[in-house]
Ligand binder design. Structure first.
Ligand code: SAH
Ligand code: SF4
Ligand code: F3S
Length: 490
């Protein structure tokens, strides 16, 4: 996998962090077929899906390319989570329109959540699009491409109740060879009123644990040192043994349903030098069992991403999140009791949801003061067509108020992140080296178990190694340190 292309961060002006990013495929030269260029937007699950798409098409003889100009097929794997994510795709299609003028045979496909949301409307609205495929229709891509080759437009947006692509071995795109994502479930059965995901990704279904463990083992055998288990709500992972893998589970001493805590343990047992992370946890569903499993294994990272969304119980109720401010604070308390004060905690927040008062906004700020998140993704509310909130409530907080409140939240979060990093100065952390730092090839970077990025002089160390790093100083976003010794878990 040579010629890796740097990620282009599409900066969301209104959030501290870029949340919609684009990745392009690296070159693969089987020399057999047409060249596919694929760009992914949105969450990590979409990026993982692009690896499944690349795998399906690779098996059909398609090559991948990192250069859009060289492509015979351009796929955009899209996101619908906020209006801005969709606008980004529309702009990108305008650019692709320009390319198609010079290369009329170019096949343009739209995949992912926006494809699912808009379905055939996409073909009507965007004339240059030849193919539309929803997240559960990727096995059908070769057939859909065939239809386009015969001069038709092609579409499949059926959502499945059981598709998990469990048997497909993803082609790792843009991989650093050290860390990888493993999808453990698809869809979401929660109906948060603001959220488009249940409509674009369909019903929740868990992937066979045997295939998850096999994928993680295979990654480890190939030299990867960290896997992140992915799902919209990992705590509701649930797998009931069927005849065909009963024996496999029985060998592991399991005869009943596999829960997320059990899955986490199975993956952690692959090797003490394979780090395990997971995302996303849901405050209403995260169990003590999961927390005790994290505590039990050194190689399960001491970090929980636990989106709060709002600090006001009334707003949380309107969002249908299934917990209150107090419940959330109780969960934070449990995390600290079981995993210690040092455990990394991050969050997502939606600012300016329908009817949010100034006092309720203050409740979000005060909750932040209590929890002191190490990191947060912050967004102002973006109404999504078809969601429960769009049907039931008025998007009545004006844009200047939303952006002002968001600015206040971002400022507070920046201060908390800096405070949290300052607390780490003087400590030693075991770090998994992921590669060179963004700024210099004299420095390496990796992450602590608590998910903080740390940069340090290279010395004679290499990516994929664990090192113990003394934290000398920090900025709001990064720790800066130096290696004290090679860590024991190499
Ligand atoms: N499954 C995860 C979140 C997935 S979406 C969870 O339940 O926490 C990622 C984040 O996008 C959400 O946590 C939320 O903060 C944000 N988001 C979702 N819908 C949004 C909307 N309509 N407007 C603004 N932000 C939104
Ligand atoms: Fe959306 Fe809620 Fe499901 Fe997360 S849990 S994906 S916010 S519906
Ligand atoms: Fe976006 Fe779909 Fe993920 S809407 S956040 S790509 S599940």
């Amino acid at each position: 996998m040579e010629n890796l292309v740097t990620n282009l961060d599409i900066l969301d002006k209104n959030s501290e962090e870029a949340c919609e990013t684009v990745k392009t495929t690296p070159d693969q030269n089987t020399g057999k077929g047409r060249k596919l260029y694929i760009e992914s937007y949105g969450c990590q699950m979409n990026f993982s899906d692009s690896e499944i798409v690349a795998s399906i098409l690779h098996n059909e003889g398609f090559d991948t390319t990192s250069e859009i100009e060289k492509a015979d097929l351009i796929f955009l794997n899209t996101c619908s989570i906020r209006e801005k994510a969709e606008q980004t795709v529309r702009h990108r299609l305008m650019h692709i329109h320009g390319l198609k003028k010079h290369k009329p045979e170019l096949l343009v496909g739209v995949l992912g959540c926006m494809a699912e949301r808009l379905k055939s409307k996409f073909l009507e609205e965007e004339k240059i699009v030849d193919l539309v495929a929803g997240p559960d229709a990727y096995r059908d891509l070769p057939k859909l491409i065939g239809q386009v080759d015969e001069g038709q437009k092609a579409i499949n947006t059926f959502l499945s109740r059981d598709e998990t692509y469990a048997d497909i071995s993803p082609v790792r795109l843009n991989s650093n060879g050290v860390t990888a994502f493993v999808s453990i479930m698809r869809g979401c059965d929660n109906m948060c009123t603001f959220c488009v995901v249940p409509f674009t990704r369909g019903r929740e279904r868990s992937r066979n644990p045997q295939s998850i463990v096999a994928e993680a083992q295979d990654l480890f055998d190939k030299g990867f040192k960290e896997v992140t288990l992915l799902g919209q709500n990992v705590d509701s992972y649930k797998w009931s043994p069927e005849e065909n893998n009963k024996m496999w589970l029985e060998k592991k001493g399991i005869s009943n349903t596999v829960t997320f805590a059990m899955l986490l343990e199975m993956v952690a047992q692959i090797s003490p030098s394979l780090r395990v992370r997971f995302s996303t946890s849901h405050p209403k569903d995260i169990t003590d069992d999961v927390l005790y499993t994290i505590a039990k294994y050194e190689n399960i990272c001491k970090y929980v991403h636990l989106p709060i969304q709002s600090g006001s119980s009334r707003i949380l109720e309107m969002m249908n999140r299934g917990y209150t401010r107090e419940w959330y604070l109780g969960k934070i308390q449990r995390i600290k009791e079981i995993l210690g004060d040092d455990c990394g905690i991050s969050s997502d927040m939606i600012i300016g949801f329908c009817t949010e008062t100034e006092e309720e906004h203050q409740e979000t700020l005060s909750l932040m003061d209590i929890v002191q998140f190490d990191f947060a993704y912050m967004f102002y509310y973006s109404e999504r067509p078809g969601t429960l909130a769009e049907k039931k409530y008025k998007d009545d907080i004006d844009l200047p108020t939303k952006t002002r409140r968001l600015d206040e939240v971002i400022k507070k979060q920046r201060a908390h992140a800096l405070q949290s990093n300052l607390k780490d100065v003087g400590k030693v952390y075991t770090v998994l080296i992921e590669g060179f730092s963004k700024r210099s090839t004299n420095d390496l970077q990796g992450r602590t178990t608590t998910n903080k990025v740390i940069v340090f002089p290279k010395g004679n160390h290499e990516k994929g190694e664990y090192v113990d790093v003394f934290v000398k100083e920090c900025t709001g976003g990064t720790l800066i340190g130096e290696v004290v010794n090679k860590a024991v878990n190499n």
